[in-house]
Design a protein around this ligand. Structure first.
Ligand SMILES: Cc1cc2nc3c(=O)[nH]c(=O)nc-3n(C[C@H](O)[C@H](O)[C@H](O)COP(=O)(O)OP(=O)(O)OC[C@H]3O[C@@H](n4cnc5c(N)ncnc54)[C@H](O)[C@@H]3O)c2cc1C
Length: 402
């Protein structure tokens, strides 16, 4: 009998899992609380093994056209003077000509289009309750509908509600990394193009990120905070106040950024954190992507882990019952995930020192780096060789012939 699968979340991990499970013969439903795939958004990187997932879906040519091609990152001291100007890959460990950097919306749109005709999408809805038993999972939706599925997968991000319903409160899995950040768009009055400028003071960073020659830049404000600001989560006014008070005395372009923050409608604020879970499944329910193993933007690997994890979960389930499928998924993927989560503390992650001494040491390191991009990426990015599963073979034959 055809297996029925419900996936919660239609961003990166959800559509990729849906795409491959459909090819494996499952009947897939994706529920997404937003009214459509989210467009726009900050730029994200795809590197190493994750590029092969997009390649096997036939999406690389389209996404290469959407590549942002960031050419320079310039670091400034607290007084606005220049520390160093580098190729961004010198920091991120990316590989020129191979790695992808695209607007998040361009990726999610491409993924959605690749699967929307083959599986059922329920937008503007979400899971209200889950009840597992021997023969399936009874699900009620906030819309009032009630259905039973053989398997449910949480692909609904770092603060996954589905994970909470099955595995319990987020605190058990949340690893706070000591920073908070806000990101929003503002007018590009700086003449920046295909580049980032980042200002640092101890425990504070402000960046302007111009993805192209457009009129907007992504403004990014990151700061150290010993405890997560629980009161500010879910409270936009409190988030604005917190960021404004932290950066109140800062120079450079920050006063203008704070003015823009006041009027920004797209502020995204969160703690910098990871999700680390001892198990990625419980009965008939599994987790994937940020819901299972968000690595934080400090690693730049969240999207890549979501792509690879979704492919490996679908592959694990192919031809197997859910228990064996989930076991295979975790067995084959955990080491790759851990290696990438452990990148925190290396490379890009050391960009935000909290003391004057550490900042000076970082600046010395940056001055010593070659302005040229490295020839090779970090080992962790490619630490898993993507297996071929039954679901992949037909697809690879088609791509080879077309
Ligand atoms: C500022 C910033 C910069 C980043 N930079 C990078 C980078 O350079 N490189 C990189 O690889 N990654 C980066 N990331 C991380 C990257 O965005 C995520 O790792 C990636 O999007 C994870 O995909 P996902 O599908 O697992 O989850 P998400 O993208 O978080 O998607 C979750 C989806 O579930 C939906 N949802 C949420 N709750 C519910 C619910 N209850 N019911 C139904 N649907 C729900 C959401 O609307 C969303 O569509 C960055 C993240 C941030 C915030």
């Amino acid at each position: 009998m055809t297996r029925t699968v419900l996936i919660s979340g239609a961003s990166v991990a959800g559509p990729v899992l849906a795409y491959w499970l459909h090819r494996a013969g499952d009947a897939v439903t994706v529920v997404e609380k937003a009214s459509a795939p989210r467009s726009g958004g900050y730029p994200i990187d795809v590197r190493g093994t994750a590029l092969d997932v997009l390649g096997r879906m036939g999406l690389l040519p389209r996404l290469r056209e959407a590549h942002i091609d960031l050419r320079r990152i310039t670091f400034l001291q607290g007084d606005g003077s220049r520390v160093a100007a580098l190729h961004p890959h010198a920091i991120s460990g990316g590989v020129e000509g191979r790695d992808l950097e695209v607007r998040r919306g361009d990726l999610t749109e491409a993924l959605h289009e690749a699967v929307r005709d083959d599986v059922e999408f329920l937008f503007d809805d979400s899971i209200a309750t889950l009840d597992q038993h021997d023969h399936g999972v009874d699900v009620t939706f906030h819309s009032g509908a009630a259905r039973t599925f053989d398997v449910v997968v949480a692909a609904d991000g770092t603060h996954s509600r589905t994970r909470e319903l099955v595995f319990g409160p987020e605190e058990q899995f949340h690893r706070y990394l000591g920073y908070c950040f806000g990101i929003f768009t503002m007018r590009n009055t700086f003449g920046l193009s295909h580049e980032t400028v980042m200002w640092n003071a101890p425990g504070k960073a402000a960046a302007l990120y111009a993805t192209g020659n457009d009129d907007e830049v992504h403004a990014f404000l990151n700061f150290a905070l010993p405890q997560p600001p629980f009161d500010a989560f879910g409270d936009l006014a409190a988030q604005r106040d917190l960021v404004t008070s932290v950066f109140a005395d800062a120079g450079w372009e920050i006063p203008g950024m704070l003015t823009a923050l006041r009027g920004a409608e797209d502020l995204f604020f969160d703690a910098v954190s990871q999700i680390r879970m001892p198990h990625w499944s419980s009965g008939r329910v599994a987790v994937v992507g940020d819901a299972a193993y968000a690595p934080s933007f400090l690693t730049g690997q969240g999207t890549s882990l979501a792509l690879v994890g979704a492919y490996m979960l679908a592959g694990g389930l192919t031809g197997q019952d859910h228990a064996e499928g989930f076991r295979r998924y975790e067995h084959s993927t955990r080491e790759f995930v851990t290696l990438n989560q452990d990148l925190v503390g290396k490379g890009g992650a050391t960009l935000f020192p909290t003391t004057a001494q550490d900042l000076e040491r970082r600046n010395e390191r940056l001055r010593g780096l070659s302005a040229l991009p490295p020839a090779q990426g970090r080992d962790a990015h490619s630490a898993l060789t993507l297996p071929e599963f039954a679901m992949t073979k037909q697809r690879l034959r088609y791509l080879a012939e077309s």
